[in-house]
Design a protein around this ligand. Structure first.
Ligand code: ZN
Length: 403
């Protein structure tokens, strides 16, 4: 499906640096250079039933920073993102509000595109609707049934996690933690007939009043949540992909399960080189969440006249892996910083700034250390005789316009 308009990304002088990024599975930093100059990144997309909040924005800006660093290092990036445009939360919201689920999804997807374009996030090469990918899911689930890594329960199909010895190797959680998170995050531990309470749904057979699609031998139905990302990643990326990414709350069960499914349908033990997860954003003392209602919407900040540069600077002032608490005071601080940078850019000259640009690149290559990068630009802005070349570097690497 259509993504959104790409921002201008200037090329900058000198040589970019291949980033080292924290991998949740191994717990260490990995240099992510892909294969033959090509890198592939899959970042889980939204379920389009509500507007983009700052927690989403923080995640997509973090992966945008990685994307920009890779491009600067001369790598060819294939970026894939799905949109979960049929799933229980969407159908429930549609039912509660009396809006057709397709209309709800398409209006929220349209808003998301506007929010991402407004924040100057480089769009994915493949922005993929699950509704458009049902055939891919049917193929994947049918393969899993054939190889014995899935089984039928009534009209539904479940993955048999016992078939995968590596499940659990991303999050390293114990049984009690997995039980809790599985039940909290969309799982159905109590469904009768399952071989294990944590086996995830792959295909939900048709139910009265729910949308469904032809599933061949599976019968009519709709995709489970985790298999959609496995099926879409397999179709659009070379496996192993370089990065599977998302918010930290996707580690379990979503990434653990989708990676297990991808193992089953590709035969690759390690379908992703690294699993990269962003910290959670809090507001008013709690993680931003739809259920709690403490959301700060990107579209509302834009409607209030806050420039994208200021929003990006709020996000970039935090390290992507750290949980943090948003407050409106951060908007003021970011606005003042942006103004200082613009004033500095206005008075910049044609002096050599290769050392500053090298330091900026090194900060970002060091596990996307954007707070350090921001401090480097602060120092540049405070220094007399500063050079103009930093303006393009700030645009290319941080997505912030100051010139
Ligand atoms: Zn996903």
């Amino acid at each position: 499906m259509q993504s959104w308009n790409a921002p201008e990304v200037p090329t900058i002088e000198g040589q970019g640096i291949v980033p080292r990024v924290h991998d949740t599975a191994s717990g260490g930093l990995r240099e992510l250079s892909g294969v033959g100059g090509r890198v592939g990144m899959y970042v889980c997309g939204i379920t389009p039933y509500d507007s983009t909040h700052l927690g989403h924005a923080a995640t997509y800006v973090a992966f945008d920073t990685l994307n920009r660093a890779w491009r600067d290092a001369g790598l060819d990036v294939t970026y894939v993102q799905n949109v979960t445009d049929v799933d229980d939360p969407l159908l429930e919201r549609a039912e509660d509000t009396g809006v057709d689920w397709r209309e709800l999804a398409s209006s929220e997807i349209e808003k998301f595109r506007g929010d991402m374009a407004g924040l100057r996030v480089i769009p994915p090469a493949h922005y993929v609707s699950v509704v458009d990918s049902v055939d891919l899911v049917v193929t994947a689930v049918s393969e899993m049934l054939r190889t014995g890594s899935a089984y039928v329960v009534g009209d539904d199909v479940y993955a048999d996690l016992a078939a995968d010895a590596l499940v659990g190797s991303i999050g390293h959680l114990d049984d009690a933690e997995m039980d809790t998170l599985f039940a909290e995050r969309g799982g159905d531990p109590d469904t009768p007939g399952k071989r294990h309470p944590r086996d995830p749904l792959l295909w939900r057979g048709r139910r009265e009043g729910e949308p469904s699609w032809p599933g061949g031998d599976l019968g009519e139905g709709r995709p489970g949540w985790h298999i959609e990302c496995a099926a879409i990643a397999r179709d659009h990326l070379d496996i192993p992909m370089t990065v599977q990414g998302g918010g930290y709350d996707l580690v379990y069960p979503h990434h653990e399960m989708s990676t297990s499914h991808l193992r089953e349908v590709t035969g690759r033990q390690h379908p992703a080189e690294a699993f990269v997860h962003t910290g959670l954003v809090g507001y008013q003392g709690h993680k931003m969440s739809k259920s709690r209602g403490n959301l700060v919407f990107v579209s509302q900040l834009a409607a209030d006249g806050i420039p994208a540069d200021v929003v990006r600077l709020v996000l970039l002032a935090q390290h992507y892996r750290t949980d943090w608490e948003y407050s409106s005071a951060q908007l003021g601080a970011a606005a003042r910083r942006w103004q200082r940078w613009q004033d500095a850019a206005h008075l910049a000259r044609d002096t050599d700034e290769s050392a500053t640009i090298a330091a900026l690149r090194a900060a970002i290559a060091d596990d996307l250390n954007t707070p350090a990068a921001v401090a480097i630009v602060d120092a540049w802005a405070a220094r007399p005789g500063r050079g103009r070349a930093v303006i393009a570097a700030v645009s290319a690497l941080l997505g912030v316009e100051i010139g």
